[in-house]
Design a protein around this ligand. Structure first.
Ligand SMILES: *Cc1c(COP(=O)(O)O)cnc(C)c1O
Length: 365
């Protein structure tokens, strides 16, 4: 028997969430965002599943991620969300038909000088208020004019990114970004993209010609403080392991590293084979729920590298081999993330390489 820790990923849930994107943005084409190893779910598995489900394009963060997709036969358009990092990458982009986001003057200059085997499709990024990447709206017409004249550039599209669309309290900021984007792109006949998951669920006016869902494809909550289930999204990943030890401890026993947690009474304590070396955050506080045999029990003591300990008072008959779920169906990753002061995106991305991804198709997981 091998270590029982697994990230079970469900193709049916992934397809369901893509269908939910389509239901909400029926006229838009979908760039499925699969950067960071498909938000930790497995880049190739995610891309192949979504390609079979007719996603229109994919978004990645680097040429390397794009090449993985091309070499495994993904033929759909691929967008490089951070563009290219130097002119030396441009021949690869042309060879593998990767469409960079152009967000900086240095990239415009590189494209003006480049002589490529084929013209690149590009996305011009306008900074509408996030102040991370992109051209000021006032600079856009000139960038567009220069790229249109560049031999290395073929189809041009235009995009921007929301800073706070996930926060209902920041509605004015998001509306201002939409207005700024529409004004900047008004004079040109280009396909546009603005909406991430939060834009898709909360800002229909941002859907335009292309939407860019990430977290909602994986069943994470696209809005802060909500619940993915209220948006009819299903968790794709179930992070699971098993109890590898159960022992009766005495009142006053300290559990695990450090003296902080002491048993308030004689009680059974279980050990699950997962820890921060697997991506389960060390800062998860005492009391964070996990499912043992499908029922919530609290973590006690500190999370170790490879293990964590749970209070089994509510499950006195739990035994070695019993299943432990850290998040997934019946235990939303967003709820667990909030316990650690983070978001489900980070939990998913941090699921360690050493954990096997096990693909299933349907609820038999
Ligand atoms: C990551 C990313 C997305 C997806 O965002 P979600 O909040 O996960 O939907 C969309 N667009 C860009 C430019 C991104 O970097």
């Amino acid at each position: 028997m091998s270590r029982p820790t697994r990230a079970i990923v469900d193709a049916e849930a992934l397809r369901h969430n893509l269908a939910e994107v389509r239901r909400r943005a029926p006229r838009a084409k979908v760039i499925a965002i699969v950067k960071a190893n498909g938000y930790g779910h497995g880049l190739l598995w995610v891309a192949k599943t979504l390609a079979d489900a007719r996603a229109d394009a994919f978004g990645v963060a680097s040429v390397e991620e794009g090449l993985v997709l091309r070499e495994e036969g993904i033929a759909k358009p691929i967008c490089l969300l951070e563009g290219f990092f130097g002119p030396d990458e441009l021949p690869l982009l042309a060879q593998y038909d990767l469409a960079p986001v152009i967000h900086h003057e240095s990239q415009v200059r590189a494209l003006e000088m480049a002589r490529l085997a084929r013209a690149l499709s590009v996305w011009i990024k306008i900074d509408t208020g996030m102040h991370r990447l992109g051209f000021a709206p006032s600079a856009f017409p000139d960038v567009y004019r220069r790229l249109k004249a560049a031999a290395a550039v073929g189809t041009i599209r235009v995009m921007s990114h929301f800073a706070s669309a996930d926060d209902p309290a920041s509605g004015a900021v998001t509306q201002a970004q939409i207005d700024t984007f529409n004004a900047a792109a008004a004079g040109v006949d280009l396909e546009r993209s603005l909406a991430n998951s939060a834009g898709i669920v909360a800002w229909p006016a941002s859907h335009l010609e292309w939407v860019r869902p990430g977290i909602m494809l994986y069943g994470g909550d696209p809005q802060v403080g909500g619940a993915a289930s209220t948006f009819n999204l299903r968790p794709v990943m179930t992070l699971t392991t098993a109890l590898i030890s159960v022992a009766q401890r005495r009142k006053g026993d300290a559990i695990g590293y450090g003296p902080e947690y002491r048993c308030p009474e004689d009680m059974p304590v279980g050990v699950a084979a997962i820890g921060y070396g697997d991506g389960y955050p060390r800062r998860m506080p005492v009391g964070t729920p996990v499912l043992v045999n499908g029922k919530r029990v609290p973590i006690v003591g500190r999370v170790s590298m490879d293990m964590l300990t749970v209070d089994l008072r509510s499950q006195p008959h739990a035994k070695i081999g019993d299943p432990v779920v850290l998040w997934g169906a019946d235990l939303p990753a967003d709820e667990i993330a909030a316990r650690a002061g983070t978001i489900s995106y980070e939990l998913f991305c941090h699921v360690a390489k050493r954990i096997p991804r096990v693909a299933v198709d349907g609820a038999e997981a």
